[in-house]
Design a protein around this ligand. Structure first.
Ligand code: SAM
Ligand code: DTB
Ligand code: SF4
Length: 333
């Protein structure tokens, strides 16, 4: 059987939600002819989602810089000399103002990020107040605050937090070259606490950190074999920031990035796949390929957490050109 015949045979099961994917199966998807991979990804995408819709989330950094962790990609780590100024947890009113702007711009989810290893128990009252306020505005709420204990996850859920973002970032093998201050298992433990508290999980990774093809397979495998698939899977393209150890890392070929999105779509068929960091430097054509590969969510606005994002005007023009619309109900994740 040639490659296309055998993949057509396998496609009979495409769309089934499975957490028993093997690395070989995932590697075989990455190795498909590009046209075949894209057809499979699009077919799976259309089983559960409207391919003309994109969900928008907006990010706000609520506590910037000075982070004790040593993530090699991150401009907010105190271990690296970047130009970023550290600041304290911002005021609830300031968060609510930004959330109102995000809502007016068509965003359905407001994601708040803090450059922490983990929140301190003394921060929990403020965080819960913020969640309650944003939720009351009719937005979905998401936070990414580092590691959580079980009780912290439960408190946030109690305040109305809908999603928690905590990424695996890369394969378990490559991970130690990127972060030394927390382990892969620490991340899995936080994800379990989030799940146990009944929150939706937003968990993905980064492409373009100098990882091998096998590491991209390993990253998708780790995500697709979590006890339940994350409702939301952000795929970030490394934003290289001067002063971080990964500034100047070899760039990944754009087609490899699109392949990563397509494979994520096929192996996690019911999840939202978010085309996340790195869009500022992508052409419209590359972003269009990512949507064809099954990405159905983006971060909107001028800024991610600390680095630039395309902004409303460019995104609006892109969606108009593609005949796609933004939709709070693009999907469930
Ligand atoms: N401090 C918390 C943590 O790491 O758990 C939350 C915020 S952290 C900035 C959230 C995620 O942003 C990271 O896990 C990483 O995947 C992504 N990220 C950070 N810097 C990035 C960069 N330069 N390029 C692409 N993604 C990045
Ligand atoms: C995710 O996976 N990507 C977002 C969000 N989750 C928190 C963050 C991207 C950060 C990019 C670098 C910055 O702006 O600081
Ligand atoms: Fe800190 Fe998060 Fe950046 Fe790592 S990714 S240095 S934990 S802010």
């Amino acid at each position: 059987m040639n490659a296309v015949d055998s993949s057509l045979h396998r496609s009979k099961q495409d769309g089934e939600v499975r957490t028993d994917w093997t690395r070989d199966e995932i590697g075989a998807l990455f190795d498909l002819p590009f046209t075949e991979l894209m057809f499979r990804a699009q077919s799976v995408h259309r089983m559960r989602f409207d391919p003309t819709k994109v969900q928008l989330s907006t990010l706000l950094s609520i506590k910037t810089g000075g982070c004790p962790e040593d993530c090699a990609y991150c401009p907010q780590s105190a271990h690296h000399e970047t130009e970023l100024k550290a600041s304290k947890l911002i005021d609830t009113q300031e968060v609510l103002k930004a959330a109102a702007q995000a809502k007016a711009a068509g965003s359905s989810r407001f994601c708040m990020g803090a450059a922490w290893r983990s929140p301190k128990d003394r921060d929990m009252d403020d965080l819960c107040e913020v969640v309650e306020g944003v939720k009351a505005m009719g937005l979905e709420t998401c936070m990414t605050l580092g590691m959580l204990t079980g009780p912290q996850a439960q408190r946030l859920k109690g305040a109305g937090l809908d999603y928690y973002n905590h990424n695996l970032d890369t394969s378990p093998e490559f991970y130690p070259q990127i972060i030394s201050t927390r382990t892969y298992q620490d991340r899995l433990d936080t994800l379990a606490h989030v799940r146990d508290a009944g929150m939706n999980v937003c968990c993905g990774g980064i492409v373009g950190m100098g990882e091998s093809d096998a590491d991209r397979v390993g990253m998708i495998h780790a995500l697709a074999t979590l006890p339940g698939h994350p409702e939301s899977v952000p795929i970030n393209l490394l934003v290289q920031v001067e002063g971080t150890p990964l500034a100047g890392a070899d760039r990944v070929h754009p087609i490899e990035f699109v392949r990563t999105i397509a494979v994520a779509r096929i192996v996690m068929p019911a999840s939202m796949v978010r085309l996340s960091a790195g869009r500022k430097d992508m052409t419209d054509e590359l972003q269009a390929l990512c949507f064809l590969a099954g990405a159905n969510s983006i971060f909107s606005g001028e800024k991610l957490l600390t680095t630039p994002n395309p902004g409303e005007d460019r995104d609006g023009a892109l969606f108009a050109r593609l005949g796609m619309t933004t939709d709070a109900c693009a999907g469930r994740g």
